[in-house]
Ligand binder design. Structure first.
Ligand SMILES: Nc1nc2c(ncn2[C@@H]2O[C@H](COP(=O)(O)OP(=O)(O)OP(=O)(O)O)[C@@H](O)[C@H]2O)c(=O)[nH]1
Ligand SMILES: [Mg+2]
Length: 641
């Protein structure tokens, strides 16, 4: 599915030629018919000699309507460039050619029309002049055909030339993320809201939910048409009419974009390359207010001129455009800038980054370098820049941001993996996207990002060990709160980082605590001494040992906690702790006794261990709580005899 766009000076015969080619007159407004002049873009379609059906977008030539022309020319595959033989090259012939150049509409066909009005000598002169004007433009190699819409001269040849011109063009890529820049909105009685546009980057299907950008409203596709033909699927490159339910006429307008929900994010700042036209009336200064035309949308923007004080006509530079209202843009989109008043086409270029991290410093070497690598980079460079901007994120998000075609993304990803510039945090993918061979759902990161983050985790854990040398490890939750800013507060990312670090052997994770491998609690000689003394007291009376309070007084809370976490002491109640070995012995002897006699009272336990009621009760309640025994009146039985 291809779309051809007309271009050329006012009154040069564009619309008449479209009618001669297609049988459809593209002017549909009453005012257009009365004034015999195209005001807004019009649409038609026809079948090429080879059988391919193509759409035509017919644009106005009058300078007052150049902004309508810009809404139509964005989505075209090739130009039908029209010059009237009686007038030859005129101002909007040149301006439209500049626009085709900026948008890099590769190829097209030139129609030297109204051939019936002039003689051959005149025609030769005009053609020579025209060839001159086209040199060094996207139409430099385009065939020039002499035609007349009135007599039908050359119309067949023109169709043939359009066919061979389109045959050379690659089909529109399907990136799996459709967008339809809306160029027309109307309402059909009984159907509701209908929008039209040239669909790119993916398919739309009847029944699907769609999102209207940039306002983010949701609707559903009730019906689809291409060239007035009902379809269930619309494919990239086709002129598409979408009947949307759930969206009112006032809620959508030219410049909106229909997408799948969540595929694109709107933006209020974009980084772009920019060429100021050689015939611009003056240079471009920092902070100039301009009109931005991208897709079918028109928006006010302010220019941040990067790396230069001022751009002279004919010069190329880097801009950051700041927008009071959000728009939708993707990497690689071409755009045009105009001065609002007096109206003048300034130039345009390519979107390098639709979501820059923030406002760039105007003269930062590093910013310019990273823009350069984004602009000229290989797919791997582009994917890398996207990855650096997203941090740790699902690969899907990174690919979306890069706006790479699927094949290019697959190759770029493989290259970055092979050269260890990226890591896959979930490298045995649960869900492998079979269509693309990319682990789209997996969390990935640039090696640089990963090194920074893992160093941060490492440093936090080490610092914790230093601050609390007597604690067995850092609580997981505490670590999480320390790195949350770096990971967007995402539990999924945090868990993935820990898993990766544990797998690499650079962290130990016990579930609630993490520690550095090889970390061990180490006491000072002084602490060793007081522990020794305390242990002597335990040895002297294993079943009536010093109380927890006594322990605190003897060695301090920190050391006591350490002894417990090391398993040397087992605390059974707020007041009572035993040496672990003594505790084990008590458990096994109590079990033994109950097995022998069926049950056991607290008094019997007290007497057996020659201790006091306080210790016996604390111990038994602890056994109840840990599920070893159950209470039965005064006595205890085993829970699982
Ligand atoms: N003699 C002659 N007249 C033509 C031919 N093509 C168009 N015209 C006349 O030229 C005038 C302008 O034609 P349009 O097709 O409206 O021109 P346009 O380029 O679409 O004009 P805008 O859309 O306003 O830019 C009309 O009066 C047409 O009848 C042709 O091949 N021969
Ligand atoms: Mg017209």
């Amino acid at each position: 599915m291809r779309v051809i766009g007309t271009a050329g000076h006012v009154d040069h015969g564009k619309s008449t030629l479209v009618q001669a080619l297609t049988g459809i007159h593209p002017d549909r407004l009453k005012e257009e018919q009365e004034r015999e002049m195209t005001i807004d873009i019009g649409f038609a379609w026809f079948t090429l000699p080879g059988g391919e059906e193509v759409g035509i977008v017919d644009v106005p030539g009058h300078r007052d309507f150049i902004e309508n022309m810009l809404a139509g020319v964005g989505g075209i595959d090739a130009a039908l460039f029209v010059v009237a033989a009686d007038e030859g090259v005129m101002p909007q012939t040149r301006e439209h050619l500049s626009i085709l150049n900026i948008l890099q509409i590769q190829g097209g066909v030139v129609a030297l029309t109204k051939a019936d009005l002039v003689d051959t000598d005149w025609m030769d002169l005009v053609e020579e002049d025209l060839r001159q004007s086209l040199s060094a433009s996207v139409l430099a190699e385009a065939p020039i055909l002499r035609v007349s819409a009135r007599t039908g001269q050359g119309i067949m040849e023109l169709k043939d030339a359009l066919r061979s011109c389109l045959a050379d063009r690659p089909p529109r890529p399907d990136l799996g993320r459709p967008r339809l820049p809306v160029d027309r909105v109307f309402s059909m009685p009984g159907f509701g809201t209908v929008v039209t546009g040239t669909l790119v980057n993916g398919q739309l299907k009847v029944g699907e939910e769609v999102e209207i950008m940039p306002q983010g409203m949701r609707g559903r596709i009730r019906g689809l048409q291409t060239h007035k033909q009902k379809e269930t699927i619309a494919i990239p490159g086709s002129r598409t009419a979408v009947n949307i339910s759930g969206i009112d006429l006032e809620e959508i307008w030219r410049g909106c974009v229909v997408t799948h929900p969540g595929d694109y994010q709107s933006t209020r700042r974009i980084d772009v390359t920019f060429n100021l036209l050689p015939d611009a009336s003056q240079g471009l200064k920092h902070n100039t207010e301009v009109k931005l035309f991208i897709g079918t949308s028109e928006a006010i923007a302010r220019v941040r001129l990067l790396g230069e004080e001022e751009l002279a006509p004919g010069q190329e530079g880097w801009l950051q455009l700041e927008l009071p209202q959000p728009i939708l843009a993707a990497r690689g989109d071409r755009y045009i800038l105009r001065r609002p008043s007096p109206g003048e086409t300034l130039g345009g270029g390519v979107v390098i980054d639709p979501h820059p991290k923030g406002r760039h410093k105007r003269f930062s070497e590093q910013t310019l370098l990273s823009l350069q690598s984004l602009a000229q980079g290989t797919p791997a460079d582009v994917l890398m820049e996207a990855m650096l901007a997203t941090g740790i994120a699902p690969l899907k998000e990174v690919v979306l941001r890069s706006n790479l075609e699927v094949d290019a993304a697959v190759q770029a990803w493989q290259e970055l993996l092979d050269t260890a510039q990226v890591i896959d945090l979930e490298s045995s993918p649960a869900v492998e996207d079979r269509a693309t061979q990319l682990p789209l759902e997996n969390l990935v990161a640039a090696q640089e990002t990963w090194s920074r983050l893992s160093a941060k985790v490492d440093q936090e854990v080490r610092q914790y060990h230093q601050s609390y040398p007597l604690r067995p490890g850092m609580p997981r939750e505490e670590l999480k709160s320390r790195v949350k800013n770096q990971i967007n507060n995402s539990a999924r990312i945090f868990n993935a980082i820990l898993r990766k670090l544990v797998a690499a052997g650079s962290l130990e994770d016990s579930g609630s605590l993490v520690r550095q491998p090889g970390f061990a609690i180490r006491f000072t000689p002084q602490q060793e001494q007081s522990i020794h003394k305390l242990m002597d007291r335990f040895a002297a009376a294993p079943f009536s040992p010093p109380s927890v309070k006594d322990c605190q007084a003897d060695v301090g809370q920190d050391v006591l906690d350490a002894l417990i976490s090391l398993g040397q002491l087992t605390q059974v109640s707020p007041e009572v702790a035993f040496r672990h070995a003594d505790y084990e012995r008590m458990v096994s002897e109590v079990k033994q006794l109950i097995r022998q006699q069926g049950s056991l009272t607290a008094a019997e336990v007290r007497d057996h261990f020659n201790t006091s009621r306080r210790y016996a009760l604390a111990f038994l309640e602890h056994l109840d709580a840990s599920g070893v025994t159950v209470r039965d009146g005064d006595a205890r039985r085993l829970r699982n005899p």
